[in-house]
Design a protein around this ligand. Sequence first.
Ligand code: ADP
Ligand code: MG
Length: 238
Amino acid sequence: MVEAFAVASGKGGTGKTTSTLALGMALADRYDVTVIDADTGMANMLFHTGLDDADVTLHDLLVEGRGAAVEDAVYDRFGLSVVPCGTSLDAFEAADPARLRDVVAELAADTDVLLLDSPAALGSKSAVLPVVLADRVVVVLQPTIPSLSDGLKVQEYARSYGTETAGVLFNRVRPDEDVERVAEQAAQYFGGTTLAAVPESDAVRAARREGKPLLAHAPKDPAADAFREAAASLEVRS
Ligand code: ADP
Ligand code: MG
C-alpha cells in the first residue's frame, strides 16, 4: 500500500521543497520513495536536485498532446524517484491540473511513499489538488503566530477534502525563537503533532547552490537531524 503526503504551507518560501526532499531521503532507507514537484506554477525542485536540464518534466504529463509517458519524467536521484516540474509559464498555463490525478495514480502503483511538494496558497484548482490527492498533509511553518494562523487554514482546507494533518514541521527556527511556546500553541490549534523544529542553517542554502538535497550535501548538519526526526515521527502507514 502506498501512503501519499502533501507538503504544504500557507505562504511560499517556508521550505516546502527543502522539506519534501529531506523527508524523502530520510524515508528512503526503509521505503521506495517518489517525490513530485506538484508546485507547478512555482516549481523549483529541479534546482534542488541537479535536474535543471531535465528533458521531460511533470509539465509534459499535464499538457495535453505532448505524448510523454509518466516513466519519462521520473529520474533516479539521491536514492529517490524524482518527478521534477519545469519552470515555463506557458506550460503552466497550458497544463490541465486534473491530469495530476492520473499521474499520481500511476506513480502510486510503483512506490511505497509519495511526497507531493505542493503550492502555497490554496485558492485555485492546481493549488489544492495535491492536498486533495494526498492521504495526509505535512504543514511547513515558521515558528511564529502569523504562520500558525496560515497553517490552520491549510489544515481546515485539507480537512474539507478529507485529508488529515500528519503534523506541523517548523522550519527556519532561529536560536532566539521560543519554538516550544509556539509548539504548545500549535498543539492547541492543530490538536496534533509537532514533527520537528528544523533550525535555520547555512548548509540548507549551500545544498541548494550545489543542486543537492540537504541530506546529500550535509547529512550531519543539525537541520538534517531534525528532518530525520520529523520523518520518524510521521509513522508512515505503507
Ligand atoms: P518553498 O518550496 O516553500 O518555496 P524552499 O524549500 O525552496 O521553499 O526554500 C526557500 C528558501 O529558503 C531556499 O533558498 C532555501 O534554501 C531556504 N531555506 C529553507 N529552509 C531553510 C533552513 N532551514 N535554513 C536556511 N535556509 C532555508
Ligand atoms: Mg518550492
